[in-house]
Design a protein around this ligand. Structure first.
Ligand SMILES: [Zn+2]
Ligand SMILES: [Zn+2]
Length: 183
C-alpha cells in the first residue's frame, strides 16, 4: 500500500464517474457503462467500434463485383456440369470444389475486403447463378408441360443431385469466406 499519490481515475467519457476499469487496448479509464466485455477483456466503445471497422472493409462496389463473380462462376459451372452426361452423384464431390473456387475468385476480385453481408451476398448470388441453368429442368416438372413420364423420373433424381450440389457449394463457399475473416 503505497498511497503517497492516490490518483483517482475517472471515465474518459463521464468525467464525474470514478472508475478502476481501464480499456485494455488504449488504456483509457472506463466506467461500467462504457466498458464492453470482449473475448480479450474490457474495452472502451471507441476501440470496439474501431475493431469492427477493420473487419468490415467491404465497399459498395465490392457487392456488385461479388454478385457478378459468384453468380457468373456459379452459372458457368452449372452450365458446364449439365453438359456432362450421367454426372449424378459426382455433383456432391464437385459442389465443395466449385464453392472453394468461387470463394477464392470473390476474395481476389474484391482485393480481400470483407464483411458478413458481402459473404452472404456472394453466397446468395452463387446459389441463384447455379439455379438459373436448371430452370429448363424445373419447367419439365410442371405437369402438362411434359408428357414423357420416364424422363420425368430421371429429372427428379437429377434435381436431387442438383439440390445437394448447390447446398454443398453454398455452404463451402460461405464458410470459406467467413473463415478468412476469423483469421
Ligand atoms: Zn479503448
Ligand atoms: Zn463512462
Amino acid at each position: 500500500m503505497t498511497d503517497q499519490n492516490p490518483e483517482k481515475t475517472f471515465c474518459y467519457r463521464h468525467p464525474d464517474r470514478e472508475t478502476l476499469l481501464t480499456c485494455n487496448r488504449c488504456g483509457n479509464p472506463i466506467c461500467t457503462e462504457c466498458a464492453v466485455l470482449t473475448p480479450t477483456g474490457y474495452r472502451c466503445k471507441d476501440c470496439v467500434r474501431g475493431q469492427q471497422k477493420i473487419f468490415d472493409t467491404a465497399q459498395t462496389t465490392d457487392y456488385v463485383i461479388a454478385v457478378l463473380v459468384a453468380g457468373g462462376i456459379g452459372a458457368l459451372a452449372a452450365v458446364l456440369l449439365r453438359l456432362v452426361p450421367f454426372i449424378g452423384f459426382f455433383l456432391i464431390l464437385i459442389g465443395p470444389v466449385v464453392g472453394n473456387l468461387i470463394a477464392r475468385a470473390v476474395q481476389w476480385s474484391v482485393k480481400r475486403r470483407r464483411s458478413k453481408l458481402l459473404h452472404q451476398v456472394a453466397t446468395g448470388a452463387a446459389v441463384i447463378g447455379s439455379l438459373l441453368p436448371q430452370l429448363p429442368l424445373l419447367l419439365l416438372l410442371i405437369p402438362g408441360l411434359n408428357s414423357n413420364l420416364s424422363s420425368l423420373g430421371g429429372s427428379l433424381l437429377s434435381l436431387v443431385w442438383q439440390g445437394l450440389y448447390i447446398f454443398l457449394l453454398a455452404s463451402s463457399l460461405y464458410y470459406r469466406l467467413r473463415g478468412i475473416q476469423i483469421r
